[in-house]
Design a protein around this ligand. Structure first.
Ligand SMILES: [Zn+2]
Length: 71
């Protein structure tokens, strides 16, 4: 029996702003707001807002890296 340990790859989630389409990429962080790379979306301060349209975190939803869902 072989167990796959592939969790790390599946953990690469991005968060997309449903207002303007901006994607928060945790591998990059948010330079403009001094958010260090590798900062998970959940760890962003509540005061963090979309750098494009300034809507709060609650307007973001998860997207899986490599998959784009057309709405
Ligand atoms: Zn936005």
């Amino acid at each position: 029996m072989e167990k796959r340990v592939n969790l790390k790859k599946q953990e690469v989630l991005k968060y997309k702003c449903r207002i303007c389409g901006y994607i928060y990429d945790l591998t990059k962080g948010d330079e403009k707001r001094a958010v260090m790379p590798e900062t998970p979306f959940e760890k962003l301060p509540d005061s963090w807002r979309c750098p494009v349209c300034f809507y709060p975190k609650s307007h973001f939803y998860q997207v899986k890296d490599g998959h784009r869902k057309e709405i």
